[in-house]
Each structure stands twice: as C-alpha cells, then as structure tokens.
Design a protein around this ligand. Structure first.
Ligand code: AGP
Length: 606
C-alpha cells in the first residue's frame, strides 16, 4: 500500500521522482521522501503528510544527484512520522519498500546484537542494516543484496541505491508489484506503469521472487535462485491513460460521471448488442458441469460479487459461495471438483484477494478474475481475465470500477445461464436489452445532482446512518454505507431490510437517517413494511426508489426518484444515488474526498 519509484537519470532526478510519486499517491500518502547519490554519498529528504510537504522541503534543501529513489507511504509498521518515512538508510545504502517484512523483529534483534543501531519503528530498516551488514563483511552491493533477500520473509517490493555507485540500482519483488522502465540512457523503477508513464512506455514487470540489477545501459533480472531470467519487455498503455480531473473538483466526481461511458465500454466487451446476445469469452471450463461458483473479493469489490451471487443463483441457477477474501483465505473452505472461482478486484493487487485466488487455484478451481488492471498480479495468475474497462480509477473510493464490475458479473451470469439452458434465448435478449439501457438510465440519475447537495447538509449532521435493502439491493445498502463512512467519516451501516426488527431497529430515533434502497420490484411491498416500522419510531427516511412515494404510506424525509428499470439492472442504477449521497456529504464536510484519511487505493498488505 505504498508507492516506490527509482530513476537512473541523465540529469538531477529529485523533481522527476516527486512527479512519479504523485502518480502513486493513490497507494498511500501519509508521508513521503526521496534519496539520491550526491557526489558519491547518500542524501535524503523526507516529509510527513502530503507530497506537497516534500516538495516544499526540496525547494529549501534541493538535491542534484542523477541516481535516486522515492517513496510515498501508507503506514503499516510505525506511525506516519518523518522519522518513519522512507527512504531508510545507512551510510552505505538507502532503501524504499512496499509491503511487510514479516520476520523483521528477529532480524532487528540479530542485527542490533551485531552493533547496528535502529532509528525507526519500521520493518524496512531491517533491510537497510541487513544489506549494510553484508557489505561491512566484505560483500559488494549485488552480493550483499542477494544474501539479504535470502533472509527476508514476507511481501515486499524494494528499490535500493548505494553510496559511491552512481550507475547502480537494485530492485526486488516478492508479493508486491514492481515495474522496470526502459529509457534511452536512463532506467526507471516503479510500483506500477502509471508512475513511469511520463518517462517511458517500455516496461518489464518483475515476477514473484525476481530481483534486478539496473544500470543506465540496461537491466539484468535474476530469479529467486539467483539464475538469470528474461522477462518480456512490453509496451504499457499507462502513458495514454495519463489522467486529470477534467472540469470536476475531485477525481471521484469525474469517475462518478464517467460511468455511462465506461459501463458502455465494459458491456460492449461482453455483449453482441446488435443481436442482444452475450458474447462472452471462453473461461476454459465446461459451464454445464460446474456444481458451484465461488466468489471472493474485498470491500466494494466484495459487494459487487454479492450482487453477482444474486444474479448467478437467480438466472443461471447455480449455487454461489461468497466470502470476503480475508476470511476465505484462512477458512480452508472445501471447494468442489471442477469448480469456477471468480475474483473481483479493481487494482488486481489486493493481498487478501490474491491469497484466496492462490488457495482456490491450489484446490483445482478454474480461476476467472474481474479486474480493472489487465497487467495486475491477480490478472496474471488467473486462467481467464474478465476486464472492466473503467480506465484508471484514482479516487480511493471506488465508483466506476464497481458498476463496471457489476456489468461484467451480469454478463457472466447470463453466459452461465445460457450455457446451462437455464436462460432461454428470449430471456437472454430481454436481459441484454436491459443491460444496454443502463448507461442511458444512469445518465438520467446523474442529471438530478442538485437534490443530493441539499440532502448532504442533513446527512452531514448525523452521528449514525442506516442503509436498508432487500434482495440484490441489500449489497447496495452495504456499498452505500461503505461509501459514506469511508469518505465522510460518518458511522454508517448497511442492513438487509428484513433484519431491522432483529436488533438494529433499537438504533432508530429522530437523529438517525435511514436510507432505503427500494426499486419497484417484487420485494418492494416487504421493504415498505420495514419503512413504516422505521417511520413509526421517528426515523428520518430517505427513500431511493422509482416507486410513487405516495404509495409508501408514511412520511418520508426525502424521496430520491430513480428511473424504472429491469430487476436485473437495478443494482447498477441504484449505485449512483448512494455514490452521490456520499460524495456530496463528504464535500460538504470538507474531508479529503479523493484521499480519505487512513485509506489507500490498493491494499497490497494483509
Ligand atoms: C472501495 O471504495 C474501497 N476503497 C475498498 O473497499 C476497495 O474496494 C477494496 O480495498 C478492494 O480493492 P480492489 O478492488 O482493488 O481489490
């Protein structure tokens, strides 16, 4: 959940390092730093908080070295202070690190006993002293790093530079992504290709266990055993994806409004719109034979998977087991022979989701992943990749990726149902036609944004907010609560509407807004009963529905009208109101909408 960069440049690199770090701020932003080789010795500048604080530091204390590394941090070990900010260093070596060194305490004890002095609370510093210790015992930089890597346990991506070595950088990857960029007379290192986009689109991705010796003339890659390996040099599309906010105040606003377009792109990847048929890729498994589908993901991606469960069970008639990846990876759930396991992830780097994928793969499942980054680790370790074509999602709170995940899952459910004969050709055409209408229907919701600004004022005063939904609207209640709490910091919980009377109704009073996700479907009548239970106790009801509010039979604090849609597509459409409610509440409260506190866009640690 941190971002690392490195440049072997032909001119001073500090400014370019900071620019590259800005493209990695989505990975974490509670402190940042750079280190360079200055006339043979190592210098560094670090700052707590946002990247602009590091830039200010560099203006007053510039660096001129042509070899350097940089880091933007999401704290795992040690508070987000300058002292704990990367790069970490000794007189001989400087290191930036993404991931967790799981055995750092043993290493720290061993190295301290050897006389090394630790200045920070971080796990990364163990790497600094491990490499330094090897060099003090006579090893050169490359052998020192090779020996040190053999002693590290955990998930890490490392960038390392050395005093007296102006044309050397060593990179290592174990569990956390790392890309090497090839320039003309320059070489680059980054947590992903987007960071390197301004410098090059010629990228080599290191694989698990790889380490690399980089010089301006080129790179040598070695595998875990120290054997030279060749990794493909690919042309990254990241450079064409250079992103900015357009005319929006935040990336999140831009990404909410991009949804009609990107959902269209994603649907076009799986549908034959002209003939209202699915045009789904071969998953390499006989869909008529699978006894169960397993779905696993984290956060918003998990809620997308939960909607997928409702769709696959209802339309394809296949049982679905779903669990959050952080639980499924340790449950040792028995998995059926010849089962299909689906992993949903925007970043494609989420550690828990990746670990669960590996568990499912080791247990004979056919692995399909729905990802927004085609070159991600989860994509590379899947048998079949089902891309969401949302484009880079910069806002930490996922919006367009979520609805594109839903689009891909809906097409998957139809494809499975068709293969098994559970969906007739007529029903297929009905469902595909409904999906094709989604972008237009979402556009109508986006036109009614003023109402959310007014509602945000009221919501911002709440201490607790409840979201309710039934059926495939229940995951939308969960997602709406997550959106609100993660960007406005207001406590919010999503519940199955039918669960209210089993406890949560005790929370209801005039101070508790209750947001009800209730399309006019076969469950509306049941949900209306729950709404009346809430109203009878003074709860402030905000009803999101295409139903006529007059038919609800009780007073509403507000009604957010939505377009009538096919039951299949309601989750895609109702995602927009809950996103806009969260967004405008956060804007009204003045929180950091695109980079909320304590969060990071890609959670690559457990
Ligand atoms: C979503 O708004 C959150 N930022 C978070 O829950 C996210 O969905 C989760 O961390 C999973 O990330 P992934 O989709 O990249 O795997």
């Amino acid at each position: 959940m941190c971002g690392i960069v490195g440049i072997l440049g032909s001119k001073p690199v500090a400014t370019d390092l900071v620019d590259a770090l800005r493209r990695l701020e989505y990975r974490g932003y509670d402190s940042a730093g750079v280190a360079t080789v200055e006339n043979g010795h190592l210098e560094r500048r670090r700052a707590e908080g946002k990247l602009r604080n590091l830039e200010t530091r560099l203006l007053s204390e510039p660096l001129s070295g042509h070899t350097g590394i940089g880091h933007t941090r999401w704290a795992t070990h040690g508070r987000p202070t300058e002292r704990n900010a990367h790069p970490h260093m000794s007189a001989k070596v400087s290191v930036v690190h993404n991931g967790i060194i799981e055995n750092f305490r043993e290493l720290k004890t061993e190295l301290t006993a050897k006389g090394h002095t630790f200045e920070t609370d971080t796990d990364t510093e163990a790497v600094v002293h491990l490499v330094t210790d090897e060099m003090e015992r006579g090893a050169g930089p490359i052998d020192a790093v090779k020996a040190a890597l053999g002693k590290l346990k955990g998930a890490f991506a490392l960038g390392i530079i050395f005093a007296g070595e102006d044309d050397l950088m060593i990179a290592a990857r174990q569990g956390s992504p790392l890309a090497i960029g090839h320039g003309s007379g320059e070489m680059y290192l980054g947590s992903d290709a987007i960071a390197l986009a301004p410098f090059t689109d010629a990228i080599t991705y290191l694989e698990e266990g790889d380490w690399a010796v980089m010089r301006r003339a080129g790179v040598q890659v070695f595998d875990r055993a120290g054997q030279p390996v060749t990794r493909p040099l690919i042309k990254s599309v990241a450079s064409s994806l250079l992103v900015d906010k357009g005319n929006h105040r935040h990336f999140m606003a831009k990404e909410i409004h991009e949804q009609p377009d990107v959902i269209s792109h994603t649907l076009s990847n799986y549908l034959d719109m002209a003939n209202a048929r699915v045009n789904f890729p071969d998953l390499g498994i006989d869909l008529t034979k699978i006894s169960r589908v397993t779905i696993s993901a984290c956060g918003t991606a998990y809620y997308a998977g939960l909607v997928g469960k409702y769709w696959i069970e209802r339309y394809a008639r296949v049982p679905v087991e779903i669990d959050v990846a952080s639980e499924m990876r340790y449950r040792e759930a028995p998995l059926p022979a010849d089962g299909l396991a689906v992993f949903v992830s925007q970043s494609g780097e989420t550690a828990d989701t990746l670990a669960t994928l590996r568990y499912a793969k080791a247990n004979g499942q056919r692995i399909a992943s729905i990802v927004n980054v085609r070159t991600s680790t989860i994509a590379r370790e899947s048998h079949a990749v089902l891309p969401t074509l949302a484009g880079p999602e910069i806002g930490v709170a996922s919006t367009k990726a979520f609805t594109c995940q839903l689009a891909a899952l809906a097409c998957l459910a139809i494809a499975i149902g068709r293969a098994r004969g559970a969906i007739s050709q007529e029903l297929e055409q009905e469902l595909v036609t409904a999906l094709v209408e989604v972008p237009r229907l979402i556009s109508t919701v986006l036109r009614n944004e003023e109402q959310y600004i007014e509602l945000a004022h009221g919501l911002s005063k709440a201490r607790d907010v409840l979201y309710l939904g039934r059926g495939s609207s229940y995951p939308l209640a969960l997602e709406g609560a997550l959106k609100l709490k993660e960007i406005s910091y207001i406590h919010a919980e999503g519940y199955a509407a039918g669960e209210l009377k089993h406890g949560p109704i005790a929370l209801i009073d005039e101070a508790v807004p209750v947001i009800v996700v209730a399309p006019e479907d076969d469950l509306l009548e049941k949900t209306v009963s729950n709404v009346q239970e809430v109203a009878a106790r003074g709860g402030q009801i905000i009803l999101i529905s295409n139903a006529n509010p007059e038919t609800i039979g009780c007073a509403l604090a507000a009604h957010i009208p939505t377009p009538k849609a096919h039951p299949l597509t309601n989750p895609l459409i109702y995602a927009i109101p809950v996103q806009l409610l969260a967004y405008h509440t956060a804007v009204f409260m003045g929180t950091d909408v695109d980079q909320p506190r304590n969060l990071a866009k890609s959670v690559t640690v457990e």
